[in-house]
Structures are given as C-alpha cells and as structure tokens.
Design a protein around this ligand. Structure first.
Ligand code: NAD
Ligand code: UDP
Length: 341
C-alpha cells in the first residue's frame, strides 16, 4: 500500500497536547519528519519527551497567533485549548488562536503548496437541535456566550479554510472532531473523562453537572488518529467525488448519558465514589452524536474501540501517573496543573 507520509516534512501545531502527541507518534512510525510547534499552554513536554532525541523529530516553542516561516510538505493545525475550562481561561486568546492560527497556517500552506488539516470540532454545531448531527447542519450556536470564543473561533477558522481553498486552491482537509479521550489527556483540564476517572481513582465525589442526562459520544484516541491519517492520505479528487469539498465528522456514534458514563467509570475502577450534582454550565449542549456516513464511505473507517475498553486504557494511564507523581511539576503557563494530586 502507498505510504503518503513517507519522507514528508510535516508540521503539527499543538503537537505537545493530547491528540497532537498521539498523531505525531503515528507520523513518526510512518517514516516522516515531524516539526512539533506548541506554546505549551495546555500541552506538556512529557507528552513528547520520548521523541526529543529522535532524528525525525523537532520541537519549536511558538504561538500560532504569530506568523512563522518554515519549509513543510503538510500541516496539521491542532493548536487550540480544547477543554471548556482551558479555553474559557483566556477567551480572547482562544479566539485569536483559532482565527489567527488558522490564517497563519493557511498562509504557510500557500507559501509551501502544502496540504493542510484543520482540527475543527463538533462545537461548531453548538447546542444542536438536529440529532444526530450531519455535516450539512449549520448549527445552533450562541455567538456571545462563555463557549463562543471556542465555537465561533472554530467556525471562523472553517470559513478561512474554505475561502483559502476557493481563492488560492489550497488542498484542505477539515475534520469536525467529536469528544475524544485517552491517555495523555491533561489531568486538570476539567473534561468529563479525565475528571471522572481521577475522581473515581481517588474515591472522591464524582461531579455531575445538571442531572447528568446530557449526552456525548466518546471516541478513543487511536481510532481518531487513524481516521485523521486516512483523511489526509486521500487525494482531494477522491474526497470531492464530483462535489464541493466539505468538512467531515469524525468520532464514535455510540451515545451515552454523562450519568451512565459516571456509573461505568465507577464500575471499572471499583471506586467508592458517590455522585454529586453541580449546576449545569451555561450553553452546555444537551445532546451530541456524530452522523458518520461520510467518514464511513470516504475513509472505509469505523471507530471500533468499545467505550469500556478505551476507558480501561485511560484508567490505567491515570492510575499510573497518580501513583508515580505525588507532586507533578507544573508548567507555570498551565491554568491548574499544580492542583493535580
Ligand atoms: P490539548 O489542549 O491537549 O492540545 C492543544 C495543544 O495546543 C496544546 O499542546 C497547547 O499547548 C497547544 N496550543 C494552544 N494554544 C496554542 C497557541 N496559541 N499556539 C501554539 N500552541 C497552542 O487538546 P486536544 O484535545 O489535544 O485538542 C487538539 C485539537 O483538537 C484542538 O484544536 C481541539 O480544538 C481539537 N478537538 C479536540 C477534541 C477532543 O475531544 N479532544 C474534540 C474536538 C476538537
Ligand atoms: N461534565 C460533568 N462533570 C464534569 C465535567 C463535565 O458533568 O466534571 C459534563 C459537561 O457538563 C458536559 C459533558 O460532561 O455536559 C462533557 O463535558 P466536556 O467538558 O468533557 O466536553 P464538552 O462539553 O466540550 O463536550
């Protein structure tokens, strides 16, 4: 089988984060040279430590809001805090990261004639009224709420991607990623999987927002990375198939209530934690499930990892770092890592 990635020089922005670091591992395995660009806001050098002396790997500490000149064949633009707690920490910078980051990376793509991937999000659908969400749905987004810096930033980034495609013929791939979890999630980012697993492992109260009846559909990181690579590997002509280029949903369609997720994590960790109910954050989507027929057809791909087996691996990861580090050395740029453990 053709290996599109062999000998390619690939830029991964946000490469020291959760998804980016897994993506880089796969790219290195496929034989390409990787430049990881990250400002380490929510990322962590520990996620890429094993690559620091690798001949195919380079790290650049840089903020995507600022232009940069590099010679690259492909770009994966993942730089952006992804958890509500982190992206709301400095919302103006979150919007800048999405919008200026996309602009700078698209200009770099034009300069290099590089194929470019954008990590967009299910948040572009906001609190969706259409369920499950197909790519054709334009969404139901509050433009002035506390989640807007992320949702509207990512929507504007998509606009830039499609305008660069139409105006400058840039070879774009835009994926709307639904909730993804796994090892290397930031322990303090407040996302539901990391929160519940850590709370359960420590036998602390599990914090359900609202009644926990809101739903999400959780994808294991390895499945997502495989889909991203298949998507980037496809020539544009095959993706178009005679149609205009479209964003594509990526995720797992198995939908679960947050309460059922809490019960499952308690069961898998054999925890003594109790459920406690906290106020529902503003604009928290009530339901979310990807409509995946485009991804299935185009990529011949399915997210195969069952929730309980992905959670077991995630639990093992957090168990290991909880055991190892009673005092994790915090990155001063990270909002709350010093409170871990
Ligand atoms: P993450 O917070 O672990 O990773 C984001 C990375 O981007 C971090 O390493 C961070 O330091 C870096 N970063 C943030 N702002 C930056 C800036 N201005 N300049 C340079 N680097 C910067 O989050 P993640 O879950 O790995 O998400 C990666 C990407 O995927 C994000 O763009 C996110 O919006 C998107 N996404 C993730 C999910 C998910 O469930 N994990 C879902 C939808 C979309
Ligand atoms: N959530 C929760 N308790 C927590 C963290 C999150 O009940 O400790 C809920 C949150 O309100 C949301 C869902 O879990 O409905 C998923 O939250 P997350 O922050 O992981 O992702 P997103 O809201 O961006 O999908």
């Amino acid at each position: 089988m053709r290996n599109y990635f062999q000998n390619q020089r690939i830029l991964v922005t946000g490469g020291a984060g959760f998804l980016g670091s897994h993506l880089i591992d796969s790219l290195i395995t496929r034989g390409c040279d990787v430049i990881c660009l990250d400002n380490l806001f929510t990322g962590n050098k520990a996620n890429i430590q094993h690559l620091m002396n690798h001949p195919q790997f380079e790290f650049i500490r840089h903020d995507v809001c600022l232009p940069i000149q590099l010679e690259v064949d492909q770009i994966f633009n993942l730089a952006c805090p992804a958890s509500p707690e982190h992206y709301q920490h400095n919302p103006i910078h979150t919007t800048k990261t999405s919008v200026f980051g996309a602009l700078n990376m698209l200009e770099l793509a034009v300069h290099n004639k590089a194929r470019i991937f954008q990590a967009s999000t299910s948040e572009v659908y906001g609190d969706p009224i259409v369920h499950p969400q197909p790519e054709s749905y334009w969404g139901h987004v509050n433009p002035v709420g506390i989640r807007s810096c992320y949702d509207e930033g990512k929507r504007c980034a998509e606009t830039l991607f499609f305008d660069f495609h139409r105006k400058h013929d840039v070879d774009i791939r835009v994926a709307r990623i639904f909730n993804t979890y796994g090892p290397r999630m930031h322990p303090n980012d407040g996302r539901v999987v990391s929160n519940f697993v850590i709370q359960a492992l420590k036998n602390e109260d599990i914090t359900l927002f609202g009644l926990g009846m809101q739903t999400r559909s959780f994808c294991y990181v390895d499945d997502l990375v495989e889909a991203i690579l298949r998507f980037m590997d496809k020539p544009l002509i095959e993706i178009r198939n005679g149609n205009p280029v479209s964003p594509i949903n990526l995720g797992n369609s198995q939908e679960i209530t947050i309460r059922a997720l809490a019960d499952l994590i308690i069961e898998l960790t054999q925890s003594k934690s109790r459920l406690v109910f906290k106020p529902m954050p503003a604009d928290d989507p009530a339901q979310r499930q990807p409509e995946l027929s485009q991804a299935r057809q185009l990529l011949a791909w399915e997210a195969n990892t069952e929730l309980h087996s992905g959670l077991k691996k995630t639990i093992a990861y957090f168990d290991q770092i909880l055991t190892k580090s009673k005092t994790m050395i915090g990155n001063p740029d990270q909002p709350s890592s010093s409170t871990f453990v």
